[in-house]
Design a protein around this ligand. Structure first.
Ligand code: TXA
Ligand code: MG
Length: 353
């Protein structure tokens, strides 16, 4: 299949181009498009056969449901029930990187909800995405635009690497502004199923109550190393990644003892302290910058020729909660605090996929 790369102006999407992409979706094709969080690989959410293609191309497990993207509250109501007590707050928040889990309606094909009684629905805060959905007149089901287990795409170039020849079109709408996926909030239990770009603090402020957060996300920066070898794999580069959860400021001296070709992914301040032999991937300073650069850093890492990489854990306030979650998964929970622990990880795991 020939993949069209279509550059679209994010501030003023060209009508003609939007119509061409909508036509592909209307005919049951799949396309990659930008959202404010990460790029999505989308199909007509009401067309089961079209949505099945996404699973095939992404190599995604059939029991992992898709997020349905809408451009209006009415469209959301066509696919799910939004409890009346939440209607106002959600209409105030949207468009935003907040996905709600609520009872689904039968109009949604089973492949989208993975047969669950609930659906994941969100209105993206990105003009290209919103106008595309509008132009189509139907919601777009879209997971993040990456091959399953790999880091999510935050640019058209990342998506091209994953899907060239496999999708009809890839829209280039510039780099994703958040760089990290939406927060998934289950409205029935009021709990965060996946921390994301809409912070727990923002949820508390807009809903007037605190969401439950699974304890796994709350780990302190200095907590004990998590046992390695968890079978869950997600966002993972091919280069083995180890997570530093020890005291700030000590990582430089720990790494100075390691005689190997490796990369360090960390804040600008920590990167500066690394020795010349270390491949440095500067991830920025503020949480916002780190979120925006995170997946790009993980994708770049695989081009460096490093035998393994070390990444610093972040504190859990604000966007930090989502960053920590992605780092834990990308490193398959292989965390360390001391040079001794790191050496053990290197011995056990520093063989690429
Ligand atoms: O920011 C985002 O959310 C991006 C952009 C493209 O919108 N999309 C995205 O989709 O990250 P995906 O498929 O990579 O992640 C969706 C998450 C998965 O963890 C999935 O299991 C969960 O949402 N999910 C979907 N439907 C669900 C449901 N009914 N109940 C619980 N979790 C659900
Ligand atoms: Mg994903």
């Amino acid at each position: 299949m020939r993949t069209l790369l279509i550059k679209i102006n994010a501030a003023r999407p060209e009508k003609r181009k939007m119509r061409a992409v909508a036509r592909i979706l209307r005919r049951g094709g799949i396309v990659v498009f930008p959202t404010e969080t990460v790029y999505g690989i989308g199909a007509n959410a009401l067309n089961g056969a079209a949505c099945r293609k996404i699973f095939r191309v992404k190599r995604r497990a059939a029991d992992n449901p898709l997020i349905v993207h809408v451009s209006s509250l009415e469209m959301a109501r066509r696919v799910c029930d939004i409890p009346s007590k939440y209607q106002k707050v959600i209409s105030d928040i949207w468009p935003a990187p907040l996905t709600i889990i609520t009872k689904s309606k039968s109009i949604l094909p089973k492949v989208v909800t993975a047969g669950l009684e609930t659906a994941a629905v969100r209105m993206p805060a990105n003009r290209i995405a919103l106008e595309l959905i509008n132009e189509c007149g139907f919601p777009i089901a879209a997971p993040s635009a990456n091959i399953s287990t790999k880091p999510s795409a935050t640019s058209a170039l990342h998506a091209l690497g994953y899907f060239k020849g496999k999708v009809a079109a890839i829209i280039d709408g510039g780099n994703a502004s958040y760089g990290i996926e939406s927060t998934v909030l289950d409205l029935r239990t009021f709990s965060i199923l996946r921390p994301g770009a809409f912070t727990a603090e923002e949820i508390k402020k807009s809903f007037g109550k605190s969401p439950r957060i699974a304890s796994a996300y709350k780990l302190k920066a200095n907590s004990a190393p998590i046992s390695p070898g968890t079978k869950y794999k997600h966002y993972a580069p091919s280069t083995p990644l180890f997570l530093y959860v020890g005291r700030r400021g000590k990582i430089g001296s720990i790494l100075s003892n390691i005689d190997d070709k490796f990369a360090f992914i960390g804040s600008s301040a920590s990167s500066e302290k690394m020795g010349k032999n270390v491949i440095r991937i500067d991830i920025g300073s503020s949480k916002k910058e780190i979120a925006r650069n995170l997946f790009d850093s993980l994708i770049k890492l695989d081009y460096t020729g490093a035998n393994f990489a070390v990444v610093e854990q972040q504190s859990s306030e604000g966007l930090g909660l989502a960053i920590r979650n992605r780092l834990l998964k990308a490193s398959s929970n292989r965390a360390f605090k001391t040079a001794k622990e790191l050496k053990k990880l290197i011995l056990l795991y520093s063989i690429k996929d």
